[in-house]
Design a protein around this ligand. Structure first.
Ligand code: PEP
Ligand code: CO
Length: 424
C-alpha cells in the first residue's frame, strides 16, 4: 500500500480508480459540517503524521466485508449495524466494548433464525457528529456546538468547544485499541466489522491508502456512511466517498427525493455492484410507510443492487425536559412498517441500523423494562443521541426476527433449513 502524499493515479490505474479522483479532490467541492481549524500549522502537522501511520483496518478485511455485503444485497444474509451515536474519549473501556460486542452477538443469534448475519459495529471511529445548529446558547453565552470528541470537547467552555486538531491523534490511537479488543472478542470466526460516518474529511483523507491494484481504501474503518446532512450531490462528502473501494452507506431522511437518491447512486455505484451501497432509511414510524415506497420503486427501476437497511432511531427522537429520548414503541413501529413496505413491494429487508450499547443505560423510554421519562436520570450517559440499552436492543432483534420470519417464510431456504433443524 502506498500513501496519498506519494501516490499519483497513473494511466494504467484509470480503469480501476474513478477518473479524476484523489483522496483530496473533495477540497474543490463545497463542504458543510466540518470545522475550520484556527491553528493551520498544527492541523497540517497532525495530518502529516496520520498519513504516515498504518491504516487501522486491512484491505483484505474490507474486501471480505464487500463480499459479505454482496450476499446481503442478493438476499442471502442480513446486515446488523449498531453502536454508539458518538464514541467517547472519557468513557472508553474494554468492559463497555465487550458488553456491546456481546449484545451484537446475541442479536445476531436471534436474527440468525431468519438469515445469516453480517455484524458491523458503529465503533472504532464513530467520533464526529453533524449538528443542526453550529452554536449552542446557554443563558447569555453562545459557544460552538459540540461536534464529537474527535473535533472538540462536550463541556460548555470556550476552550473545550474550540476545534483542536490534536484530538484526531487521540481518535486514531483509541480506534486502534478498540480494534484490538474487538479482534480478541471475535472468537466465533466471524468478524465484527467497524463503521462510522465519513464526516471529518481531513482525517479520512489522511488515512486513505492505495492498494497495489490502484484502488483507494479508507483506512479508518471497514464501512463508511454519508450522513443525512452531508449528502449534497456536488458536496465534498459525496466526492470523497465515491472514490473509495469500501462499502458505503447513505442515510435517507424524510427530505430525500427519488431523483436525488438516483443521482447519488449513479455517483457512488456507477458499476451497479451488489452491496456497494447500503441505503439507511431513517424516516420515522409514521413517515416510512408514506415515503419509502417512492424511493423503493425508483431504486428497483434503476437496478442499483443496494441493501435496504432500517434506521428506526433518528426519525423518532423527542425531548423530555432537557434530555433527548426515543420511545421504544416508535422504534419498533418503524421497523414493522419498514418490513411491511418491503414485503408489499417485493423488496428485501437487508438490515437494521441501531444506536445501542450493551450497558444498562436509561436513554430510550419504554421497552422490556418499561422505562419512563422519570427514569432517564438514572444512567443517562450518551454524548449525543439516546441509545437502546442491551435489553432493549435484544428485544428489538427478537421483534425484527419474528416480523421477518412471518413476512416471507416460504421464500427463504435458510429459514426453512433452520426450522427443519429445530424440529429434528
Ligand atoms: C447518526 O447516525 O448518528 C446521524 C447523525 O444520523 P443522520 O445523518 O441520519 O441524522
Ligand atoms: Co445519532
Amino acid at each position: 500500500m502506498t500513501r496519498p502524499s506519494a501516490a499519483q493515479t497513473s494511466e494504467s490505474d484509470a480503469s480501476l480508480a474513478p477518473r479524476q479522483w484523489l483522496p483530496h479532490s473533495w477540497q474543490q467541492h463545497p463542504i458543510v459540517q466540518v470545522p475550520e481549524y484556527a491553528d493551520r500549522a498544527r492541523l497540517e502537522a497532525v495530518l502529516h503524521w496520520l498519513s504516515a501511520q498504518p491504516a487501522l483496518v486491512s484491505i483484505e478485511q474490507i474486501d471480505q466485508l464487500r463480499a459479505d455485503l454482496a450476499k446481503v444485497a442478493r438476499g442471502q444474509a442480513l446486515l446488523l449495524q449498531g453502536g454508539d451515536c458518538a464514541e467517547s474519549f472519557a468513557h472508553h473501556a474494554q468492559a463497555a466494548v465487550a458488553a456491546s460486542h456481546q449484545t451484537l452477538l446475541d442479536m445476531a443469534h436471534t436474527l440468525g433464525t431468519h438469515k445469516p448475519v453480517v455484524r458491523v459495529a458503529r465503533i472504532a471511529g464513530q467520533y464526529a457528529k453533524p449538528r443542526s445548529s453550529s452554536t449552542e446558547r446557554i443563558g447569555d453565552v453562545e459557544l460552538p456546538s459540540f461536534r464529537g470528541d474527535i473535533i472538540n470537547g462536550a463541556d460548555f467552555t470556550a476552550e473545550q468547544r474550540a476545534p483542536d486538531p490534536q484530538r484526531m491523534l487521540h481518535a486514531y490511537s483509541q480506534s486502534a485499541d478498540t480494534l484490538e479488543w474487538l479482534r480478541a472478542l471475535d472468537a466465533d470466526n466471524t468478524p465484527t466489522y467497524t463503521s462510522h460516518e465519513a464526516l471529518l474529511l481531513p482525517y479520512e483523507a489522511a488515512l486513505t491508502r492505495q492498494a497495489d491494484d490502484g484502488r483507494w481504501y479508507a483506512g479508518s474503518g471497514h464501512m463508511l456512511w454519508i450522513g443525512d446532512r452531508t449528502r449534497q450531490i456536488d458536496g465534498a462528502h459525496l466526492e470523497y466517498c465515491r472514490g473509495l473501494a469500501n462499502p458505503l452507506g447513505v442515510k435517507c431522511g424524510p427530505t430525500m427525493s427519488a431523483d436525488e437518491l438516483l443521482r447519488i447512486l449513479d455517483i457512488l455505484d456507477p458499476h451497479h455492484q451488489p452491496g456497494r451501497v447500503t441505503l439507511i432509511v431513517r424516516m420515522n414510524a409514521a413517515r416510512v410507510a408514506q415515503q419509502l415506497p417512492t424511493l423503493l420503486r425508483a431504486v428497483q427501476n434503476s437496478r442499483h443492487p443496494v441493501i435496504w437497511s432500517c434506521d428506526p432511531m433518528h426519525g423518532n427522537t423527542i425531548s423530555a425536559g432537557s434530555r433527548k429520548t426515543r420511545p421504544y414503541d416508535a422504534i419498533a413501529a418503524e421497523i414493522q412498517q419498514f418490513i411491511a413496505v418491503q414485503s408489499n413491494l417485493g423488496g428485501t429487508v437487508g438490515g437494521l441500523h441501531l444506536e445501542m450499547t450493551g450497558l444498562d443505560v436509561t436513554e430510550c423510554i419504554g421497552g422490556p423494562q418499561n422505562l419512563g421519562t422519570d427514569d432517564l436520570g438514572q444512567n443517562y450517559q450518551t454524548l449525543c443521541d439516546p441509545r437502546l440499552n442491551g435489553e432493549q436492543a435484544r428485544a428489538l432483534a427478537q421483534l425484527t426476527a419474528n416480523a421477518l420470519n412471518a413476512s416471507n417464510a416460504p421464500n427463504n431456504p435458510w429459514q426453512t433449513e433452520q426450522a427443519a433443524r429445530a424440529c429434528a
